[in-house]
Design a binder for this molecule. Structure first.
Ligand code: DX5
Ligand code: ZN
Length: 222
């Protein structure tokens, strides 16, 4: 199944509860939560208490994207706050296997992420150990950026690696996805599509999500 993960970075924080209800009404199954520390990325966003509040407000799957240095210090805390999937950046650590193990110990799903300039081949040795690989299609730090087209080649190479090795790993893409480039993204092999500004800036989130779902159907047979 191909799914949207709604990036709440683009939500209106004065009414986060209503925004979460809107995501539920739009039948979007995942909420993508962008955690930024002002160190690994040049921006600061939300942290553990907000993840806890979101957990208290919904049963949707919380897909937490850690854009932070020293992720090992916070895995346990985000797990306890209610994350369902914990994604960390390969660039943020010299010991990815230890972090994967740490996430496994919490019982949560594990994802690993690469920035636009990191070759996807660096993840091939880890692909059989995670549930999700997240390919950044913008430089992390801000919503509403332009999609970087070369990320599609990375998705294709990863998708091929997963197919050849018969692995069961979700491929998520994050940044700049809109209706206009959605078919290219799905064609490359993505099955979880992070969408921020395109749905939060739409006049009717549910109608926009439905437009995405209609296109998903063209690719579901894979
Ligand atoms: C960027 C974040 C993304 C971003 C996606 O650092 O990781 O999740 O919010 O938003 P759009 O869809 O607006 O590019
Ligand atoms: Zn993200």
């Amino acid at each position: 199944m191909i799914k949207i993960s709604a990036s709440i970075l683009s939500a209106d924080y004065t009414k986060l509860g209503e925004e979460i209800k809107a995501i539920e009404r739009a039948k979007i199954p995942y909420i993508h939560i962008d955690v930024m520390d002002g160190h690994f990325v040049p921006n600061i966003s939300i942290g553990i208490p907000t993840v806890e509040s979101i957990r208290g407000a919904t049963d949707l799957i919380l897909d937490v994207h850690l854009m932070i240095s020293n992720p090992e210090k916070y895995i346990e805390k985000f797990a306890r706050a209610g994350a369902d999937i914990i994604n960390f950046h390969l660039e943020a650590t010299d010991s990815p296997l230890e972090i994967i193990e740490q996430i496994r110990e919490t019982g949560k799903k594990c994802g690993i992420t690469v920035n636009p300039d990191t070759p996807v081949e660096k993840l091939f040795g880890l692909a059989d150990k995670v549930d999700m690989i997240l390919i950044m299609s913008v430089y992390p730090g801000f919503g509403g950026q332009e999609f970087i087209k070369s990320s599609l080649d990375k998705v294709k190479a990863l998708s091929e690696h997963i197919r050849k090795n018969n692995l069961n790993v979700d491929i998520e893409i994050d940044g700049g996805v809109k209706i206009d480039n959605l078919r290219d993204v799905l064609d490359a092999g993505v099955n979880i599509v992070v969408v921020g500004s395109a749905i939060f800036e739409a006049e009717d989130m549910a109608a926009e999500a439905e437009r995405f779902s209609e296109i998903f159907k063209e690719f579901e047979h894979r």
